[in-house]
Write a protein that binds this ligand. Sequence first.
Ligand code: ARG
Length: 476
Amino acid sequence: MLLMCIVLLLPAGMATVYAADNVNSKETLVLGTSADFPPYEFHKTIDGQDQIVGFDIEIAKAIAEKMGAELVIEDMGFDSLLPALQSGRVDLVISGMTPTEDRRQSIDFSDHYYKASQVILVRSEDSDKYQSMTDLEGETIGIQKGSIQEEIAQGINNAKLVSLDKMGDLVLQLETERVNAIIVEDTVAKGYLNNKIVIASASPAETDSAAAIGVAKGNTELLEVINATIAELKVDNGIEKMVEEASLLASGNQKDRNIFTIAYEFRHYYAKGIGYTLLLSALGVIFGFLIGLIITLMRMSAFRVFRWIGTAYVEVLRGTPMLVQLMIMHYGLALVFGLNLSPLQSGVITLSINSSAYLAEIFRAGIQGVDKGQMEAARSLGMKRSAALRHIILPQALKSVLPAIGNEFITIIKESSIISIIGMADIMYQANSIRNITYAGLSPYIIAAAIYFVLTFMLSKLLSLFERKLSASDKR
Ligand code: ARG
């Protein structure tokens, strides 16, 4: 809890690094979207900067402008959009989303702003294989998780469904022959066509789908502004024009690249990612270390309650996946207590408490490894128990478990990659963004792996240097 207080205070100093925080007083409009859906919304490098563009984004800008608010975009998996809206993490969702009955149960929708139809993507060598829907029976089909295409695919006999969060991953699955077809909207399909991927002649049973904008249930005020904006944009085919422009922008996304050109072209992305990974790990290490120490002292306390709390803390945190802890921290607290932590805050808290449990175990082993005689000697010299602990036992204990602590630090750097899924712009997040831009399946990850390796390798060299220094002092 102490940590929570500290980390809640973080944003003051972090406002400059974490852009989504309110820096000025202007009202913000937070848009939730899954930017993997060209030409609706997608990533694009403009002037060396990663930007989210598309006609959904243009519509969002028009709404924000009408409100005199500043637009903030949160990119997430399509499946996370409804919870994000319900928990108040975002104000509206524009993501090519079809207003289905199911979704209307949990959120409200605007008027339709676009209509699309469904098509099936296949590998070019299979273009003649799927002439009608019966040809798709029993096939492995890729669809976006939580989308209406998922429902359509569920209606196909014996089809084996692979549902994933991001369109780019589905296209990779198709290219690598893990799925044989993808159901997707025609407008979107165009953005993914190349010499390997084509549209099959079969067309899904339910072909039409409309797109509308989602807001939290009962937010009629925002809904009115949205509907007014849509109506204005529809005059003179304004939306059609936006779609055309966005499609043009999307068509330029595919270039021939290899791992070296990717590393060079996106070096700024990785540089930014390294910054965030280091910040996250450093804070995780510092807080993890402090909390770990506190927990260890609690576990050695003379009071049974403290011992009990310490043990429960370690067991629970060690016994549950960090991914789950992260989800609870980031979404759970927002849903239940309305506590909206930024990705950095959630990330640092999760990383620290998680590693503090492991560190507490390491410290305990170290302390138990110190000869009992040390404590007895200190006490018989008149030292208090706490003073003896601090000046005699802990220094020896820490020294003996230094290698284990070093290991834990290295783990923190690697584990911090998990935080990317809540939108922390670390190395892993950047690698995913680059995959979304380039559709390159492997290279962005290889580059990320190389970076992580260099970081951990340097750290381990540093640690062994430190260890050698300490043991040198032993030999004197
Ligand atoms: N229209 C479909 C649906 O509502 C798919 C939308 C997917 N959107 C996205 N940005 N990936 O389920």
